[in-house]
Design a protein around this ligand. Structure first.
Ligand code: NAD
Length: 368
């Protein structure tokens, strides 16, 4: 989860690690540097109270190392709360490799990264993220057992995106029940921003239920393809944030709910897959609350993917993963109710429930 957007210049005003705005009691940060393969990576281990720190490896051409460090700190913290709120015995971690996946990625680089993961003896378990793929995870598996999201052919759980989409759909239905009095989405106008791996399956669920789906993406070919496949309407308005819809589903980038967009939003429900949707958790979470917009916290409803890969660790299959993901519906309703009773934002409510689980486990661990 993002705490706030900071520019590299602002970052340099504070101490480089412990002083970072995104540094939030992280347990360990590992810098990996290998001249031969060109690997420059950072592994962020935020918290391991509930279990090993699991989170994907993102390969991204960061503008500079500050940006990469900030990203890994934010993302690893987010994983702690995502797993905690989902009832998984996992901590939060994430890794970033500073490289352009299209240009710089080599098998040697991936294998060297796997050696660093292995050196942590299971304290950090990796998985796929932006810029890395299932074949990359298979390659990592040749070096270390501390990897999930490997191919089904090798006994893994395969592509997590459809399960993520199912969880988002469940969270959206719960938010609709809270806001509109019914979980039924037929006839509801839903704008899906980003028709990628998750967005496509979400559109599938929504159109099958009879929702009036509009889609938007920077990839024009993808839009045409999705329109003909699912009968969704391509959004044509000048400003998607001001769209006259009931539900807005951000499934592309983070931080789309920000100072520029928040006052335009007409949707009464926000429920999507993107990580870190609120540019500033406190400020934008509060404004949504004041506007009466039912916001389903991103890290709660997009947890289907991690619930799916968790099966590789504890040994459950797809059916169990889907059952656990379906429970996102109940958890989301609980969060809305708790937030209302406490007079806090849904984001704060979800965070405080996740944090309580970690604090309770820490006490249990200390007493045994
Ligand atoms: P993806 O890369 O497959 O799809 C993203 C889509 O968004 C692409 O079609 C891309 O063209 C589009 N896009 C990019 N910039 C855009 C913009 N400015 N406006 C509109 N569209 C834009 O990614 P995905 O796997 O579908 O994941 C979507 C989001 O959900 C990401 O933020 C990801 O971090 C998050 N997420 C994914 C999973 C998962 O299991 N895949 C799990 C948790 C969270």
């Amino acid at each position: 989860m993002i705490t706030e957007i900071v520019t590299p210049k602002e970052l340099q005003k504070v101490d480089p690690v412990f002083g970072q705005v995104s540094f939030n009691d992280h347990e360990q940060i590992v810098f990996c540097n290998d001249k031969d393969t060109g690997l420059k990576a950072i592994i962020g281990i935020h918290n391991t109270v509930l279990g090993p720190a699991l989170g994907g490896t993102r390969m991204w051409k960061y503008a500079n190392e500050w940006e990469a460090l900030n990203d890994v700190l934010r993302l690893s913290r987010g994983m702690t709360y995502k797993s905690a709120i989902s009832g998984l015995n996992l901590g939060g971690g994430k890794a970033v490799i500073i490289a352009d996946a299209k240009v710089d990625k080599t098998p040697e680089m991936i294998k060297k990264f796997a050696e660093y993961v292995h050196s942590l003896s299971g304290k950090y378990i990796t998985a796929e993220d932006v810029g890395t793929t299932t074949p990359d995870m298979d390659m990592i598996r040749d070096i270390t057992p501390y990897v999930t999201g490997i191919s089904e052919a090798r006994g893994g759980s395969g592509n997590p995106s459809p399960v993520t989409a199912y969880g988002v759909y469940m969270g959206m239905k719960a938010a609709a029940k809270y806001k509109f009095g019914s979980e039924k989405l037929d006839g509801k106008k839903v704008l899906v921003q980003g028709i990628g791996h998750v967005g496509e399956t979400l559109v599938d669920f929504l159109t099958k239920e009879g929702a009036l789906v509009q889609i938007t993406d920077i990839n024009e070919n993808r839009l045409q393809e999705m329109q003909s496949k699912y009968g969704a309407t391509i959004f044509k308005g000048a400003d998607l944030y001001a769209a006259d819809v009931d539900i807005y589903a951000p499934c592309a980038l983070g931080a789309t709910i920000n100072d520029d967009t928040i006052h335009k939003i007409k949707a009464q429900v926000i429920a999507g897959a993107a990580n870190n949707q609120l540019a500033n958790e406190q400020i934008h979470g509060q404004i949504l609350k004041e506007k009466g917009i039912a916001y389903a916290p991103d890290f709660l409803i997009n947890a289907g993917g991690i619930i799916n890969v968790y099966g590789e660790i504890v040994g459950y299959g797809k059916e169990e993963a889907l059952k656990r993901t379906e429970n996102i519906f109940n958890t989301t309703l609980e969060i809305f109710s708790f937030a209302e009773k406490q007079g806090i934002t849904t984001h704060q409510a979800a965070l405080s429930i996740a944090q309580k689980r970690i604090t309770d486990r820490k006490k249990e661990n200390q007493n045994t």
